[in-house]
Design a protein around this ligand. Structure first.
Ligand SMILES: C[S@@+](CC[C@H](N)C(=O)[O-])C[C@H]1O[C@@H](n2cnc3c(N)ncnc32)[C@H](O)[C@@H]1O
Length: 266
């Protein structure tokens, strides 16, 4: 039985009921959210082969990504367990033909089995009790030759930003993850590139592309104040987001994972 007073789902995931306002204001309401969307707008067509395939958006939140794909002609299904987020997604997606499904990732093999040629799962795994099992589930939903656009909150970047902010004790103790309580937006399971690489290999997924989202912005002593400086920052992010070593310290890591075609004949 789930405890109605607990913010966690029965399996220990942090669904965003009770967090929608805070999430909308602090992640998308400001310059960082704008930067993330501007970077994705450039990166998604570069990193994915897009030709109007149907898309399953897992943990689709407020619906920005679903709207982006729908506007480009994809038939989109947005799956999201939080009723509160889904209500907002419905409002923001009015005018787009997006199918909304109230379901957690774990239920999708039954509720939306596909197999899907294209799946997006952005900023979700870090809110789950078992992100490794979740990646296996996503891999199972992909068609042979299918692509998964996976974005995860980067644990190594979280360490650096804590040090930059002077949270030395916390960084030294490696107490980086959040508790998922109250309205805090520090994820409960920030991930490393090494974990994503190992778990992808475990599930027969090939890492075809990788980029860092906000490789500089979150470490600035002062946010840019003028439009000209904001444009310079975007240009810097765009120039370095796929280059070593910079992508490795992006606040988020964005991957294109591919399920090879050969599996079909094996
Ligand atoms: C940080 S938000 C990301 C939303 C959206 N994908 C984006 O990039 O803006 C995390 C979302 O994951 C959802 N979530 C939490 N547990 C989940 C689960 N088990 N399956 C699917 N989504 C889940 C939350 O309700 C929330 O909407």
């Amino acid at each position: 039985m789930s405890d109605p007073a607990s913010p966690f789902s029965p399996v220990g995931d942090r669904h965003f009921d009770g967090l929608a306002d805070k999430f909308a204001a602090s992640l998308y309401g400001g310059a960082r959210g704008e930067l993330r969307l501007a970077l994705l707008d450039r990166l998604l067509p570069e990193m994915l082969d897009l030709h109007d395939q149907p898309l399953l958006d897992v943990g689709g939140g407020l619906g920005q990504l679903a709207g982006w794909f729908a506007a480009r002609g994809h038939a989109v299904t947005l799956a999201e367990p939080s009723a509160e987020m889904l209500t907002r997604a419905r409002e923001s997606l009015a005018g787009h033909e997006v199918k909304l499904l109230q379901a957690p990732l774990q239920a999708l093999p039954e509720r939306a089995p596909g197999p899907w040629p294209l799946i997006a799962c952005h900023a979700v795994l870090e809110w789950l009790a078992d992100p490794r099992a979740a990646l296996a589930t996503l891999a199972g939903l992909l068609a042979p030759g299918g692509q998964l656009s996976l974005m995860v909150f980067n644990r190594d970047a979280l360490r650096l930003s804590n040090v930059v902010k002077g949270n030395l004790e916390k960084a030294l103790a490696d107490r980086l993850e959040g508790q998922g309580l109250r309205k805090r937006l520090t994820p409960i399971a920030p991930l490393t590139h090494a974990q994503v690489a190992a778990w992808s290999a475990e599930n027969g997924l090939r890492i075809r592309e990788v980029a860092g989202i906000r490789v500089f912005a979150d470490y600035l002593r002062q946010p840019p104040e003028s439009d000209a400086d904001r444009e310079r920052l975007l240009a810097l992010e765009q120039r370095y987001c796929r280059l070593d070593p910079h992508w490795r310290l992006g606040r988020y890591l964005l991957y294109t994972l591919e399920r090879p075609l050969e599996e079909a004949s094996a």
